[in-house]
Design a protein around this ligand. Sequence first.
Ligand SMILES: Cc1ncc(COP(=O)(O)O)c(C=O)c1O
Length: 421
Amino acid sequence: MKQDNMHETFDVERIRSDFPILSTKMNGKPLVYLDNAATSQKPNQVIESISNYYRTYNANIHRGIYAIAVEATDAYVDSKVKLAKLVNAKGMEEIIYTRNTTEAINIVALGWGGANIKQGDHILITQMEHHSNLVPWMLLARRNGAVLDYVKLDESKSMLDMQSLEEQLENEPKIVAVTHVSNVLGTINDVKHITRKAHDHGAVVLVDGAQSAPHMQVDVQDIGCDFFTLSSHKMLGPTGIGALYGKFDILDKMDPVLSGGDMIKSVTFSDVTWNDLPWKFEAGTPDIAGGIGFGAAIDYLNGIGMKSIRDHEKKITKYALEKLSGIKHLKTYGLGKEDLERRGGVISFSIDKVHPHDVSQVFDSEGIAIRAGHHCAMPLVEEILGESAVSRISFYLYNKESEVDRAAQAVELVKKTFKVG
Ligand SMILES: Cc1ncc(COP(=O)(O)O)c(C=O)c1O
Protein backbone atom coordinates (compact mmCIF):
# COMPACT_ATOMS: atom_id res chain seq x y z
CA MET A 1 0.00 0.00 0.00
CA LYS A 2 1.52 3.31 -1.01
CA GLN A 3 1.90 5.95 1.70
CA ASP A 4 2.76 9.56 0.93
CA ASN A 5 5.14 11.04 3.42
CA MET A 6 5.21 14.83 3.62
CA HIS A 7 7.46 14.81 6.69
CA GLU A 8 11.00 13.78 5.86
CA THR A 9 11.52 12.91 9.50
CA PHE A 10 8.82 12.50 12.10
CA ASP A 11 8.54 16.00 13.56
CA VAL A 12 6.33 15.72 16.62
CA GLU A 13 6.41 19.46 17.40
CA ARG A 14 5.29 20.27 13.90
CA ILE A 15 2.49 17.74 14.17
CA ARG A 16 1.44 19.14 17.56
CA SER A 17 1.16 22.63 16.10
CA ASP A 18 -1.74 21.34 13.95
CA PHE A 19 -3.77 20.40 17.05
CA PRO A 20 -5.13 23.51 18.78
CA ILE A 21 -6.20 21.65 21.93
CA LEU A 22 -2.63 20.55 22.63
CA SER A 23 -1.60 24.09 23.50
CA THR A 24 -4.43 24.56 26.02
CA LYS A 25 -4.34 24.01 29.76
CA MET A 26 -6.32 21.71 32.02
CA ASN A 27 -6.53 22.65 35.68
CA GLY A 28 -3.99 25.39 35.05
CA LYS A 29 -1.34 22.98 33.68
CA PRO A 30 -0.41 22.37 30.03
CA LEU A 31 -2.70 19.60 28.81
CA VAL A 32 -1.12 16.17 28.44
CA TYR A 33 -3.62 14.07 26.52
CA LEU A 34 -3.08 10.36 27.10
CA ASP A 35 -6.58 9.02 26.48
CA ASN A 36 -6.27 8.37 22.77
CA ALA A 37 -7.77 4.90 22.91
CA ALA A 38 -11.02 6.58 23.98
CA THR A 39 -10.89 9.28 21.31
CA SER A 40 -8.21 11.22 19.47
CA GLN A 41 -7.73 14.97 19.17
CA LYS A 42 -8.46 16.74 15.87
CA PRO A 43 -6.07 18.75 13.70
CA ASN A 44 -6.99 22.14 12.22
CA GLN A 45 -7.30 20.52 8.79
CA VAL A 46 -10.21 18.37 10.01
CA ILE A 47 -11.89 21.14 11.99
CA GLU A 48 -11.63 23.49 9.02
CA SER A 49 -12.92 20.97 6.50
CA ILE A 50 -16.12 20.59 8.54
CA SER A 51 -16.51 24.32 9.09
CA ASN A 52 -15.82 24.95 5.39
CA TYR A 53 -18.57 22.51 4.37
CA TYR A 54 -21.12 24.24 6.60
CA ARG A 55 -19.95 27.71 5.57
CA THR A 56 -19.63 27.29 1.84
CA TYR A 57 -21.32 24.19 0.36
CA ASN A 58 -23.82 22.80 2.86
CA ALA A 59 -26.43 20.78 0.94
CA ASN A 60 -27.89 17.29 1.11
CA ILE A 61 -26.13 14.65 -0.97
CA HIS A 62 -27.32 12.38 -3.79
CA ARG A 63 -30.41 14.55 -4.37
CA GLY A 64 -29.78 18.01 -5.73
CA ILE A 65 -28.34 18.67 -9.16
CA TYR A 66 -27.26 22.19 -8.25
CA ALA A 67 -23.56 22.99 -7.81
CA ILE A 68 -23.17 22.90 -4.02
CA ALA A 69 -25.18 19.65 -3.75
CA VAL A 70 -22.87 18.08 -6.32
CA GLU A 71 -19.85 19.44 -4.43
CA ALA A 72 -21.12 17.99 -1.13
CA THR A 73 -21.89 14.62 -2.77
CA ASP A 74 -18.43 14.49 -4.36
CA ALA A 75 -16.71 15.32 -1.06
CA TYR A 76 -18.67 12.63 0.82
CA VAL A 77 -18.03 9.97 -1.84
CA ASP A 78 -14.39 11.03 -2.06
CA SER A 79 -14.00 10.36 1.64
CA LYS A 80 -15.12 6.76 1.11
CA VAL A 81 -12.71 6.36 -1.79
CA LYS A 82 -9.93 7.56 0.53
CA LEU A 83 -10.93 5.14 3.27
CA ALA A 84 -11.17 2.27 0.79
CA LYS A 85 -7.57 3.03 -0.27
CA LEU A 86 -6.38 3.43 3.33
CA VAL A 87 -7.52 -0.06 4.32
CA ASN A 88 -6.97 -1.52 0.82
CA ALA A 89 -10.60 -2.46 0.12
CA LYS A 90 -11.32 -3.26 -3.53
CA GLY A 91 -13.45 -0.15 -3.84
CA MET A 92 -15.70 2.30 -2.04
CA GLU A 93 -18.67 -0.06 -2.70
CA GLU A 94 -17.26 -2.10 0.18
CA ILE A 95 -17.25 0.86 2.60
CA ILE A 96 -20.45 1.57 4.53
CA TYR A 97 -20.48 4.62 6.74
CA THR A 98 -21.98 4.04 10.18
CA ARG A 99 -22.03 6.10 13.36
CA ASN A 100 -19.07 4.22 14.85
CA THR A 101 -17.52 0.77 15.30
CA THR A 102 -20.35 -0.24 17.60
CA GLU A 103 -22.97 0.41 14.95
CA ALA A 104 -20.88 -1.33 12.30
CA ILE A 105 -20.68 -4.51 14.41
CA ASN A 106 -24.40 -4.31 15.15
CA ILE A 107 -25.15 -4.14 11.43
CA VAL A 108 -23.26 -7.40 10.94
CA ALA A 109 -24.89 -9.05 13.97
CA LEU A 110 -28.38 -7.96 12.94
CA GLY A 111 -28.04 -8.17 9.17
CA TRP A 112 -25.68 -11.05 8.48
CA GLY A 113 -26.21 -12.75 11.85
CA GLY A 114 -29.99 -12.35 11.80
CA ALA A 115 -30.18 -14.18 8.48
CA ASN A 116 -27.48 -16.81 9.01
CA ILE A 117 -27.30 -17.71 12.71
CA LYS A 118 -29.79 -20.42 13.61
CA GLN A 119 -30.74 -22.42 16.72
CA GLY A 120 -27.72 -24.36 18.02
CA ASP A 121 -25.16 -22.55 15.83
CA HIS A 122 -21.91 -21.40 17.44
CA ILE A 123 -20.61 -17.82 17.47
CA LEU A 124 -16.94 -17.44 18.44
CA ILE A 125 -15.42 -14.32 19.98
CA THR A 126 -12.53 -13.90 22.44
CA GLN A 127 -12.02 -13.06 26.09
CA MET A 128 -10.38 -9.74 25.20
CA GLU A 129 -13.28 -8.09 23.36
CA HIS A 130 -14.63 -4.61 23.98
CA HIS A 131 -18.34 -4.73 24.89
CA SER A 132 -19.04 -3.53 21.33
CA ASN A 133 -17.78 -6.83 19.99
CA LEU A 134 -19.38 -8.92 22.73
CA VAL A 135 -22.86 -7.67 23.61
CA PRO A 136 -24.26 -7.68 20.01
CA TRP A 137 -23.19 -11.35 19.72
CA MET A 138 -24.65 -12.22 23.13
CA LEU A 139 -27.96 -10.65 22.09
CA LEU A 140 -27.91 -12.45 18.75
CA ALA A 141 -27.17 -15.76 20.48
CA ARG A 142 -30.07 -15.24 22.89
CA ARG A 143 -32.45 -14.17 20.15
CA ASN A 144 -31.63 -17.01 17.74
CA GLY A 145 -30.86 -19.77 20.25
CA ALA A 146 -27.17 -19.89 19.32
CA VAL A 147 -24.17 -20.65 21.54
CA LEU A 148 -21.59 -17.95 22.28
CA ASP A 149 -18.05 -19.31 22.75
CA TYR A 150 -14.81 -17.56 23.71
CA VAL A 151 -11.19 -18.04 22.71
CA LYS A 152 -9.30 -17.99 26.02
CA LEU A 153 -6.27 -15.92 26.91
CA ASP A 154 -3.02 -17.81 27.50
CA GLU A 155 -1.11 -17.91 30.80
CA SER A 156 0.48 -14.50 30.18
CA LYS A 157 -3.05 -13.05 30.30
CA SER A 158 -1.93 -10.88 27.40
CA MET A 159 -2.37 -13.02 24.32
CA LEU A 160 -4.96 -15.26 22.78
CA ASP A 161 -4.35 -18.95 23.34
CA MET A 162 -4.01 -20.49 19.89
CA GLN A 163 -4.74 -23.95 21.30
CA SER A 164 -8.05 -22.62 22.60
CA LEU A 165 -8.78 -21.17 19.14
CA GLU A 166 -8.18 -24.56 17.55
CA GLU A 167 -10.46 -26.25 20.09
CA GLN A 168 -13.26 -23.75 19.65
CA LEU A 169 -13.04 -23.99 15.87
CA GLU A 170 -13.89 -27.68 16.19
CA ASN A 171 -17.45 -26.48 17.01
CA GLU A 172 -17.59 -25.10 13.43
CA PRO A 173 -18.71 -21.57 14.43
CA LYS A 174 -20.63 -19.65 11.77
CA ILE A 175 -18.78 -16.45 12.60
CA VAL A 176 -15.55 -15.54 14.38
CA ALA A 177 -15.37 -11.95 15.66
CA VAL A 178 -12.04 -10.77 17.06
CA THR A 179 -10.40 -7.50 17.99
CA HIS A 180 -7.30 -6.52 16.02
CA VAL A 181 -5.78 -4.61 18.96
CA SER A 182 -7.00 -4.88 22.56
CA ASN A 183 -8.02 -1.55 24.09
CA VAL A 184 -6.97 -2.82 27.56
CA LEU A 185 -3.85 -4.92 26.93
CA GLY A 186 -2.58 -3.29 23.75
CA THR A 187 -2.01 -6.75 22.26
CA ILE A 188 -1.96 -6.90 18.46
CA ASN A 189 -3.66 -10.13 17.48
CA ASP A 190 -2.50 -12.09 14.45
CA VAL A 191 -5.80 -11.58 12.67
CA LYS A 192 -4.46 -12.87 9.37
CA HIS A 193 -3.64 -16.22 10.95
CA ILE A 194 -6.96 -16.31 12.86
CA THR A 195 -8.87 -15.49 9.68
CA ARG A 196 -7.16 -18.27 7.76
CA LYS A 197 -7.89 -20.79 10.49
CA ALA A 198 -11.51 -19.65 10.78
CA HIS A 199 -12.00 -19.81 7.00
CA ASP A 200 -10.57 -23.35 7.00
CA HIS A 201 -13.52 -24.21 9.26
CA GLY A 202 -16.02 -22.39 7.06
CA ALA A 203 -16.58 -19.39 9.37
CA VAL A 204 -17.12 -15.80 8.34
CA VAL A 205 -14.67 -13.43 10.07
CA LEU A 206 -15.18 -9.96 11.52
CA VAL A 207 -12.17 -7.97 12.73
CA ASP A 208 -12.80 -5.07 15.11
CA GLY A 209 -10.27 -2.49 13.96
CA ALA A 210 -11.25 0.35 16.31
CA GLN A 211 -7.79 0.30 17.92
CA SER A 212 -5.72 -0.74 14.89
CA ALA A 213 -6.87 1.40 11.96
CA PRO A 214 -5.78 4.65 13.69
CA HIS A 215 -2.30 3.40 14.48
CA MET A 216 -0.96 1.08 11.77
CA GLN A 217 -1.24 0.11 8.13
CA VAL A 218 -4.32 -2.05 7.67
CA ASP A 219 -4.80 -4.18 4.58
CA VAL A 220 -8.17 -5.93 4.68
CA GLN A 221 -7.37 -7.99 1.58
CA ASP A 222 -4.13 -9.22 3.11
CA ILE A 223 -5.90 -10.07 6.39
CA GLY A 224 -8.57 -11.78 4.33
CA CYS A 225 -11.38 -10.95 6.78
CA ASP A 226 -14.98 -10.66 5.60
CA PHE A 227 -15.83 -7.62 7.74
CA PHE A 228 -13.67 -4.92 9.34
CA THR A 229 -14.93 -2.09 11.53
CA LEU A 230 -13.48 1.25 12.64
CA SER A 231 -14.35 4.65 14.16
CA SER A 232 -13.34 8.01 12.68
CA HIS A 233 -13.14 9.74 16.07
CA LYS A 234 -10.24 7.51 17.14
CA MET A 235 -8.26 8.40 14.00
CA LEU A 236 -8.26 12.22 14.03
CA GLY A 237 -11.72 12.51 12.48
CA PRO A 238 -15.01 13.71 13.93
CA THR A 239 -17.35 11.78 16.21
CA GLY A 240 -20.56 10.38 14.76
CA ILE A 241 -18.98 8.55 11.86
CA GLY A 242 -17.36 5.14 11.50
CA ALA A 243 -17.20 2.44 8.90
CA LEU A 244 -18.03 -1.12 8.12
CA TYR A 245 -15.89 -2.75 5.45
CA GLY A 246 -17.44 -5.88 4.00
CA LYS A 247 -16.48 -8.07 1.06
CA PHE A 248 -18.66 -7.09 -1.88
CA ASP A 249 -20.24 -10.51 -2.40
CA ILE A 250 -21.27 -10.83 1.25
CA LEU A 251 -22.69 -7.30 1.48
CA ASP A 252 -24.45 -7.81 -1.82
CA LYS A 253 -26.31 -10.84 -0.47
CA MET A 254 -27.23 -9.18 2.83
CA ASP A 255 -30.52 -7.41 3.37
CA PRO A 256 -30.32 -3.87 4.73
CA VAL A 257 -30.73 -3.35 8.46
CA LEU A 258 -32.16 0.17 8.46
CA SER A 259 -34.55 1.21 5.73
CA GLY A 260 -36.14 4.36 4.38
CA GLY A 261 -34.85 7.06 2.06
CA ASP A 262 -31.66 6.82 -0.01
CA MET A 263 -31.21 3.05 0.38
CA ILE A 264 -33.78 2.13 -2.28
CA LYS A 265 -33.62 1.90 -6.05
CA SER A 266 -37.37 1.91 -6.55
CA VAL A 267 -40.49 1.67 -4.42
CA THR A 268 -44.06 0.89 -5.41
CA PHE A 269 -47.07 0.52 -3.11
CA SER A 270 -46.32 -3.19 -2.96
CA ASP A 271 -42.59 -3.65 -3.49
CA VAL A 272 -39.12 -2.24 -3.06
CA THR A 273 -35.70 -2.84 -4.62
CA TRP A 274 -32.42 -1.92 -2.91
CA ASN A 275 -29.96 0.69 -3.99
CA ASP A 276 -26.44 -0.35 -5.07
CA LEU A 277 -23.66 -0.86 -2.55
CA PRO A 278 -22.69 0.86 -0.35
CA TRP A 279 -25.82 3.03 -0.30
CA LYS A 280 -28.12 0.06 0.41
CA PHE A 281 -26.88 0.21 4.00
CA GLU A 282 -27.07 3.98 4.52
CA ALA A 283 -30.72 4.84 5.12
CA GLY A 284 -31.64 8.50 5.43
CA THR A 285 -29.41 11.55 5.32
CA PRO A 286 -25.96 10.44 6.50
CA ASP A 287 -23.46 12.39 8.58
CA ILE A 288 -22.27 14.42 5.59
CA ALA A 289 -20.06 16.80 7.57
CA GLY A 290 -18.66 13.80 9.45
CA GLY A 291 -17.81 12.00 6.23
CA ILE A 292 -16.09 15.08 4.85
CA GLY A 293 -14.17 15.59 8.10
CA PHE A 294 -13.17 11.93 8.09
CA GLY A 295 -11.80 12.39 4.56
CA ALA A 296 -9.63 15.26 5.82
CA ALA A 297 -8.43 13.08 8.72
CA ILE A 298 -7.41 10.34 6.27
CA ASP A 299 -5.50 12.93 4.19
CA TYR A 300 -3.71 14.00 7.35
CA LEU A 301 -2.81 10.43 8.33
CA ASN A 302 -1.55 9.72 4.81
CA GLY A 303 0.49 12.92 4.92
CA ILE A 304 2.41 11.59 7.91
CA GLY A 305 2.34 7.93 6.82
CA MET A 306 0.86 5.07 8.86
CA LYS A 307 4.23 3.38 9.11
CA SER A 308 5.82 6.50 10.62
CA ILE A 309 2.93 6.77 13.08
CA ARG A 310 3.38 3.17 14.16
CA ASP A 311 7.15 3.60 14.50
CA HIS A 312 6.68 6.70 16.63
CA GLU A 313 4.18 4.93 18.88
CA LYS A 314 6.47 1.94 19.26
CA LYS A 315 9.26 4.24 20.44
CA ILE A 316 7.14 6.12 22.93
CA THR A 317 5.53 2.91 24.23
CA LYS A 318 8.98 1.40 24.80
CA TYR A 319 10.07 4.54 26.62
CA ALA A 320 6.94 4.49 28.79
CA LEU A 321 7.22 0.78 29.61
CA GLU A 322 10.84 1.29 30.64
CA LYS A 323 9.94 4.28 32.77
CA LEU A 324 6.95 2.61 34.44
CA SER A 325 8.74 -0.69 35.05
CA GLY A 326 11.20 1.19 37.25
CA ILE A 327 8.44 2.42 39.57
CA LYS A 328 7.82 0.33 42.67
CA HIS A 329 4.25 -0.67 43.55
CA LEU A 330 3.13 -0.11 39.96
CA LYS A 331 2.04 -3.01 37.79
CA THR A 332 1.50 -2.85 34.05
CA TYR A 333 -0.69 -5.26 32.07
CA GLY A 334 -0.09 -6.68 28.63
CA LEU A 335 3.15 -7.62 26.86
CA GLY A 336 6.45 -6.06 27.87
CA LYS A 337 8.88 -3.81 25.99
CA GLU A 338 10.61 -6.80 24.40
CA ASP A 339 7.36 -7.58 22.53
CA LEU A 340 6.75 -4.25 20.81
CA GLU A 341 5.99 -5.92 17.47
CA ARG A 342 2.93 -7.50 19.05
CA ARG A 343 1.88 -4.52 21.14
CA GLY A 344 0.27 -1.14 20.45
CA GLY A 345 0.50 2.10 22.42
CA VAL A 346 -2.00 1.24 25.16
CA ILE A 347 -0.67 0.68 28.68
CA SER A 348 -3.04 -0.31 31.47
CA PHE A 349 -1.62 -0.19 34.97
CA SER A 350 -2.51 -0.24 38.63
CA ILE A 351 -0.83 1.17 41.72
CA ASP A 352 -0.93 -0.88 44.92
CA LYS A 353 -4.00 -0.17 47.05
CA VAL A 354 -4.99 2.99 45.14
CA HIS A 355 -8.28 2.97 43.26
CA PRO A 356 -7.81 3.86 39.57
CA HIS A 357 -10.36 6.66 39.93
CA ASP A 358 -8.12 8.25 42.57
CA VAL A 359 -5.13 7.78 40.25
CA SER A 360 -7.03 9.46 37.45
CA GLN A 361 -8.03 12.35 39.72
CA VAL A 362 -4.45 13.08 40.74
CA PHE A 363 -3.42 12.96 37.06
CA ASP A 364 -6.27 15.34 36.27
CA SER A 365 -5.04 17.82 38.88
CA GLU A 366 -1.66 17.70 37.06
CA GLY A 367 -3.29 18.44 33.69
CA ILE A 368 -2.95 14.85 32.48
CA ALA A 369 -5.94 13.10 30.88
CA ILE A 370 -5.94 9.34 31.41
CA ARG A 371 -8.73 6.79 31.65
CA ALA A 372 -9.74 4.68 34.65
CA GLY A 373 -12.35 1.94 34.81
CA HIS A 374 -13.19 -1.31 33.09
CA HIS A 375 -12.65 0.24 29.65
CA CYS A 376 -15.83 -1.35 28.29
CA ALA A 377 -14.22 -4.76 28.71
CA MET A 378 -15.67 -5.83 32.06
CA PRO A 379 -15.25 -9.60 31.61
CA LEU A 380 -11.56 -9.14 30.71
CA VAL A 381 -10.77 -6.68 33.51
CA GLU A 382 -12.80 -8.39 36.24
CA GLU A 383 -12.72 -12.08 35.38
CA ILE A 384 -9.29 -12.40 33.74
CA LEU A 385 -7.17 -9.62 35.25
CA GLY A 386 -9.02 -9.90 38.57
CA GLU A 387 -9.43 -6.14 39.00
CA SER A 388 -12.56 -4.01 39.38
CA ALA A 389 -10.85 -1.29 37.35
CA VAL A 390 -7.44 -0.32 35.94
CA SER A 391 -5.82 2.95 34.85
CA ARG A 392 -4.83 3.34 31.22
CA ILE A 393 -2.59 5.63 29.21
CA SER A 394 -2.74 5.47 25.44
CA PHE A 395 -0.60 7.27 22.87
CA TYR A 396 -0.99 8.80 19.45
CA LEU A 397 1.21 10.49 16.89
CA TYR A 398 1.38 13.80 18.80
CA ASN A 399 2.54 12.43 22.16
CA LYS A 400 6.14 12.92 23.22
CA GLU A 401 8.54 11.52 25.78
CA SER A 402 8.37 14.58 28.03
CA GLU A 403 4.66 13.79 28.47
CA VAL A 404 5.57 10.30 29.63
CA ASP A 405 7.92 11.96 32.13
CA ARG A 406 5.04 14.06 33.42
CA ALA A 407 2.89 10.95 33.77
CA ALA A 408 5.68 9.24 35.74
CA GLN A 409 5.89 12.28 38.04
CA ALA A 410 2.13 12.10 38.53
CA VAL A 411 2.50 8.44 39.57
CA GLU A 412 4.98 9.53 42.25
CA LEU A 413 2.48 12.14 43.41
CA VAL A 414 -0.23 9.46 43.63
CA LYS A 415 2.06 7.31 45.76
CA LYS A 416 2.91 10.25 48.02
CA THR A 417 -0.73 11.34 48.34
CA PHE A 418 -1.95 7.83 49.22
CA LYS A 419 1.15 6.87 51.23
CA VAL A 420 2.08 3.91 49.07
CA GLY A 421 5.34 2.14 49.97
C1 LIG B 1 -11.49 -2.41 20.62
C2 LIG B 1 -12.67 -1.50 20.54
N1 LIG B 1 -13.76 -1.89 19.88
C3 LIG B 1 -14.85 -1.11 19.77
C4 LIG B 1 -14.88 0.13 20.34
C5 LIG B 1 -16.12 0.95 20.21
O1 LIG B 1 -15.86 2.12 19.47
P1 LIG B 1 -17.02 3.19 19.33
O2 LIG B 1 -17.35 3.63 20.73
O3 LIG B 1 -16.39 4.27 18.52
O4 LIG B 1 -18.16 2.53 18.69
C6 LIG B 1 -13.79 0.59 21.06
C7 LIG B 1 -13.82 1.89 21.73
O5 LIG B 1 -13.06 2.20 22.61
C8 LIG B 1 -12.65 -0.24 21.15
O6 LIG B 1 -11.57 0.15 21.84
